[in-house]
Design a protein around this ligand. Structure first.
Ligand SMILES: Cc1cc2nc3c(=O)[nH]c(=O)nc-3n(C[C@H](O)[C@H](O)[C@H](O)COP(=O)(O)O)c2cc1C
Length: 178
């Protein structure tokens, strides 16, 4: 089984991308997870659609279509997801292959603040309603005070966080099959 993980951060030493890399090592047996960023995804101007979808969007849609499940991690920017995460979901929502439809999807976030990006996650849930993704309810993974939970190399060091991620990845695998 293949999971695709998408980070909503463009930062090289992103906490959220690091969180997904940690999750990739915590997936259940028989699952592999590729981690992608949204580098190269352009702004969405519907006037340009007559020329076709941009290559970067087609590639992302194809990777998602080929995956059994999706894992999203976005920083919280002003209580919401990042602009690039919103744009990517908008592209995927109108892509003719409908890669989000019925896709088992889990989400996680990391933030230096105490709430761990919770407010952004609830907005992310809302954005996945119309594209009709099959979104996992619990366990939720919201990593607060995140700079204390990763080392200087971006390795997740907090055992309680690893445990909840492992549970979420197991639940996502079960969601694929139900
Ligand atoms: C424009 C901007 C807005 C932000 N707003 C929030 C916020 O609303 N809540 C929060 O917890 N952190 C906020 N932050 C801090 C980010 O959580 C922090 O920069 C985090 O490291 C970004 O994630 P990343 O490390 O994956 O890039 C904001 C940062 C920026 C640059």
């Amino acid at each position: 089984m293949k999971f695709l993980a998408i980070s909503g951060s463009l930062r090289k030493s992103s906490l959220n991308t690091s969180l997904l890399r940690a999750a990739a090592a915590l997936v259940p047996q028989g699952v592999s997870m590729e981690v992608r960023t949204l580098e190269g995804i352009p702004l969405l101007d519907p006037d340009t659609l007559e020329a076709g979808f941009p290559q970067a969007v087609n590639e992302l849609a194809a990777a998602l279509k080929a995956a059994d499940a999706l894992v999203l991690a976005s920083p919280e920017f002003n209580y919401s997801v990042t602009a690039i995460m919103k744009i990517a979901l908008d592209w995927l929502s109108i892509h003719p292959d409908a890669p989000l439809k019925g896709k088992a999807t889990a989400m996680m976030s990391a933030s230096p603040s105490g709430l761990g990006g919770a407010r952004a996650q609830y907005q992310l849930r809302q954005m996945l309603i119309y594209p009709d993704a099959k979104v996992l309810g619990v366990p939720e993974v919201m990593v607060g005070s995140a700079f204390e939970k990763f080392d200087a190399q971006g390795e997740l060091t907090d055992q309680a966080t690893k445990d909840i991620i492992q549970k979420q990845m197991q639940a996502l695998k079960e969601l694929v099959n139900c």
